[in-house]
Design a binder for this molecule. Structure first.
Ligand code: B12
Length: 198
């Protein structure tokens, strides 16, 4: 009887780590380049920290976790660690959760973004998201602040494959014409580069 109870207890303790795992997308944007999943890779993960672990496994990506006063803290991904007000932060569905990366329960369909950023008095840099526009063959770029509030940037630079394609007014949709499967991305001064879309 005691043995059965112990087994039950062990099972209960082990369960939460896997029971709440969700199917999510993950991307990692470094200081100077994308480190993992420009098109956002689908992984199974319970928390944003877990999603980073899955990205690390799939992409042989180095990261390091330390324990700080608030709990578990990612102090390095790839080559760069944090320094003063710069370092690694994450968003879930374009908004920055106000707690550590092991404290957020992910749900199916969530998009996790880890990125290197420098924070100032008004918060971190906006992150860019590219989506297909209503008009076929066209794309839009939206900037999101730390609260996940969408904003239109004054200017956006569009990239098709490795080529810088054009500068455009933020908010205007971009219609590159035939681009033979090359990926479309957006960048903007002071913003974290966007995901890539076919
Ligand atoms: C500077 C700072 C940052 C910098 C750290 C740069 C660096 N040097 O490495 C950056 C911008 C990278 C950052 C990131 C994040 N931060 Co911060 N950060 C702060 C701030 C303003 C000061 C911390 C500090 O320097 N303390 C002084 C030193 C001497 O003490 P320390 O314990 O050694 O400080 C270290 C830890 O605090 C650690 N750290 C920083 N943020 C966080 C967040 C968590 C959850 C943990 C465990 C550790 C940690 O970095 C510090 C330097 O090494 C505090 C607010 C405050 N006034 O305390 C918020 C604060 C600690 N951060 C917070 C949060 C939520 C985050 C993020 C989770 C945000 C996100 N969604 O990504 C991320 C961490 C993600 C990750 N990497 O795991 C919250 C924590 C709330 C909580 N109860 O969990 C705070 C309290 C701000 C707030 N009021 O919301 N942060």
């Amino acid at each position: 009887m005691a043995k059965r109870l112990t087994l039950l207890l062990v099972l209960c303790l082990a369960l939460p780590a896997t029971a709440f795992a969700a199917t999510v997308k993950v991307r990692v944007e470094g200081k100077t380049r994308t480190l993992f999943g420009p098109t956002e890779v689908t992984v199974t993960a319970a928390t944003p920290l877990d999603a980073l672990e899955q990205a690390s496994l799939a992409g042989e990506l180095y990261y390091h976790v330390t324990t700080a006063s608030f709990g578990r803290y990612v102090d390095q991904v790839g080559r760069y660690g944090g320094d003063a007000s710069s370092g690694w932060v994450f968003k879930v569905d374009d908004a920055s959760p106000p707690v550590g990366a092991d404290k957020v329960q992910l749900s199916d369909g969530d998009r996790v973004l880890w990125y290197y950023a420098t924070f100032g008095p008004t918060g971190g840099p906006p992150t860019l998201r590219v989506q297909p526009a209503a008009k076929k063959g066209c794309y839009t770029a939206t900037a999101y602040d730390d609260n996940g509030k969408a904003a239109t940037l004054a200017r956006v630079t569009w990239h098709v494959g490795s080529k810088r394609s054009s500068d455009a007014l933020g908010g205007a949709s971009f219609c590159p014409g035939k681009h033979r499967g090359l990926l479309v991305r957006a960048t903007a001064t002071g913003a974290v580069r966007s995901n890539a879309v076919k």
